[in-house]
Write a protein that binds this ligand. Structure first.
Ligand SMILES: Cc1ncc(C[n+]2csc(CCOP(=O)(O)OP(=O)(O)O)c2C)c(N)n1
Ligand SMILES: [Mg+2]
Length: 320
């Protein structure tokens, strides 16, 4: 990667962080009336995967979807308007934070039903294969999704038909407040995919460039028509499971564990690499932050001013 490309990737990750921090700050204002699952601390996963994708590739996601949507190029104004429940939102203000979609960007949808979009991503990959299109379908999901039967059905089908789908499991060690060790026997999650005959690897989020490079091979494998691939990426959610705050005080994880992950912030590690290489100086950082803040300010203004959906909009979407 050139210095310019590395700086651009870093800026994209910083943007996701700043947008979610802004959502966290604005949330107590009570104008966003949907639940929000923030991915602060996990952003590099989304950007690293999407850095290897083309616009025509598809991404599917779950309840913690802001980073995936933004990393794939989803429109910020339409995302924020959706979170504010406005008609200009990407699902018309009816879906909220967990139902984002931007077809033009190839972000084909998020659904909060755990594992719900995995078979849909496989179905899209089936379409690509039938039409002989060299496109990749990506399913992002958490460590809890492999506990759903539909994950195994979808993995089996994808392996059998050699479908161009990349399974990305973001293993942040918890499903709500239940740690992995209380939910699964001691095992590697990627081993479950291997049992379905899918090439699998376990990655640590580390820095953005390292992760992006490690994912390149998996995406190339899928695109070349050799069949699906599975990556399990260790990461950590900093904020509470659902909502803008922190929940380290309620006892399901320790402050020490939280601090140890936070001190290894992948975004900060990425910035440090760029600073050391002379690619990111204080002036560039300020310029990036200012640009992002202006974009967020404009999107918030737009979303707050936008009208709510009307009864007519509602009737268009009700089928009974
Ligand atoms: C089928 C189903 N069961 C339960 C829930 C409630 N629920 C919402 S998020 C979640 C945990 C998901 O954990 P994981 O997949 O690891 O994602 P994370 O929240 O850690 O990012 C659960 C159980 C749900 N949305 N769907
Ligand atoms: Mg999890």
């Amino acid at each position: 990667m050139t210095d310019k490309e590395r700086l651009d990737l870093y800026a994209r990750t910083l943007r996701v962080r700043k947008i979610e921090e802004a959502i966290a700050d604005l949330y107590p204002g009570q104008e966003m009336r949907c639940p929000v699952h923030l991915s602060i601390g996990q952003e590099v996963t989304a950007v690293a995967v999407c850095s290897n994708l083309k616009k025509s590739d598809y991404v599917f996601s779950n309840h913690r979807c802001h980073g995936h949507y933004l990393a794939k190029g989803g429109d910020l104004k339409r995302m924020l308007a959706e979170i504010y429940g406005k008609a200009a939102g990407c699902t018309g203000g009816f879906g909220g934070s967990m139902h984002l979609v931007d077809e033009a960007a190839g972000f084909m949808g998020a659904v909060p039903i755990v594992a719900g979009t995995i078979p849909i991503a496989v179905g899209a990959a089936f379409k690509f294969k039938m039409r002989k299109e060299k496109r990749v379908s990506v399913a992002f999901f958490g460590d809890a999704a492999v506990e759903e039967g539909v994950f195994h059905e979808a993995a089996n089908f994808a392996a059998l038909h050699k479908l161009p789908v990349l399974f990305v499991c973001e293993n942040n060690l918890y499903a709500v407040y239940t740690p992995l060790r209380e939910r699964q026997p001691e095992q590697q999650i990627c081993g479950l995919a291997r049992a379905h005959g899918i090439p699998s690897s376990q990655l640590h989020e580390g820095d953005l460039f390292d992760l992006s490079g490690k994912l390149r091979g998996a995406v190339a494998h899928v695109r070349s028509g050799k069949g699906p691939a599975f990556v399990e990426i260790f990461t950590y959610r900093w904020r509470e499971h659902c909502g803008p705050g922190y929940d380290n005080n309620i006892g399901y994880r320790t402050c020490e564990e939280f601090e140890s992950w936070k001190s290894r912030d992948p975004l900060e590690r990425t910035a440090a690499i760029l600073r050391k290489a002379g690619v990111l100086d204080a002036e560039t950082e300020q310029r990036l932050e200012k640009k992002i803040a202006a974009e967020i300010g404009e999107a918030v203004k737009f979303s707050k001013a936008a009208p709510f959906p009307t009864r007519k909009d509602y009737d268009k979407r009700a089928y009974a």
